[in-house]
Structures are given as C-alpha cells and as structure tokens.
Design a protein. Sequence first.
Length: 278
Amino acid sequence: MKIFVAGATGVVGRRLIPALVQAGHEVVGTTRRADRTASIEEQKATPVVLDVLDAAATRAAVAEAAPDVIVHQLTDLAARDFDANSRLRIEGTRNLVDAAKAAGVERMVAQSIAWVYVPGATPAVETDPLDASLPPYAGVAALEAAVAELPRGVVLRYGALYGPGTWYARDGFFAEQVRRGEQKQDPGWTSFVHVDDAAIASVAALEWPAGPVNIVDDEPALAQDWLPVYSAALDAPAPPQGGRHAAVLGRPVSNARARDLGWKPSIASWRDGFEQLG
C-alpha cells in the first residue's frame, strides 16, 4: 500500500518508517522541519515538509500523495507544551481527516493515549468511558471522534512510551526528575509500552477494523512497584514514598483486544524493558 505518515521524524514515526518499508509499502513521511527531510530519505521514504495546522497545505499534500492509508503519529511535546499538543490533536487531526475525505482515503491509524479512562481497580477495556475531568481529555476526545468519521479509522491508545528517545530514556525528562529526587512513589497506576512495540502495533493496525485499541504491555503497575525498578536501572536512589494511604489514582489498562487482533508486546513487562534503557 501507499502510506502517508504524518509525524515521520517523531519517536514512533522514525521507527515506523523502516518497518513499513521493510513490509513492502511505499511511504510518504511528513516533517515540519526541512532539515529533517534527509533522515526520511535515508529510510527510503519520500519526505514532505508540512504543518498540519495549515488546512489547505494538508489537503494539498494528501491529494498529491494519494495514499491508501494515513498514519497519524503527530505530537508536539518536545518542549512539554501540552496546550500545543492538544491543539495538534484537535486542529491537526481535523485537517488530516478532512484531507483524507477529500482525497477518498478511508483508512487512518492515529496515535492516542491510554491513561484517560475513568479511574477504577479493574483493567480498562476500550468500551469503558474516558474521564472528562483529566486535562488531556479534550484533545483526545476530539482526535478520536474525528478519526471515527472515517470508515476504517483505528485509534491506538498507547500506554506510557519508554525506550530510546522517550522521556523515560536515560537522558529523558523523567529520568532527570528521578535523579533530582523530584518523583515520589505515589499510589497511581501506569500501563507502559516500549516504543518499538508501539511502532509494530501501527504496522499491524493497517489491517485492523475501525475503533480504539489499547496498546500496552502485560503488566500494569503501581508507582510503588515500577518506580524503584526504574530508579535502579538509572543507578539513581529510590524515590521516597508518597501518600501511602491516599486513594489510588488512574487505572490499569488491558491489552486483550490487541492480542485478539494478533498483536502482543515483544517486551511483555517494563521490568525487562527497564534493563535495556537507551
């Protein structure tokens, strides 16, 4: 197939392009920066400089590429600007979906997140409601609703991405917080997924039916369990205990649907993945 990857130089995109090319697909990849086009060409894909917040330019780029599928891996988090990231989810996704409709593209695979479910003790599945009180909700809800307008719109609800190039890498933002003692073992759930497994899921999702799919590893964990292991992998002191008797925050997330569709994490647990931190 011919695949239009929006966000080709992001942490997932730069792993996704080689996987798609190796699978025999023709790939067009976007970047907002002209100085990054060479890296896309090196991966045997065709680069396009594009800001998806420009609706007209997005429509023109998709029309020219004439893809079979659009893969939406766009984020705007390099500077931890969550408002900019929300705008990208809302306006950028809207522009991509409108461009897909105009070009007759019926399939889209889009990146979402798995930590916006209504809190609970049982693992969340895709039919469970999202929590409108959480800050990312507006952007996530807008993204998922827009993608659902397409006949074959698949939304990948990624867990917390870790691995090289992420905030959890040795040189990442979260690692620096741990080294500075700014993290506590607060009672909260996290469901992780290695960034390589996230990319593999994006390839698999080209053939999946429409709807949301949780992409997480097999072991949701409370901070009191995973944070000491992560700190040890960084050779950092164990973070202090947080509110040990406070209510547990968040919710574990199930990957049962993704497994039913044929995907499973190659790194089944963050316990193994943290040992390989890049």
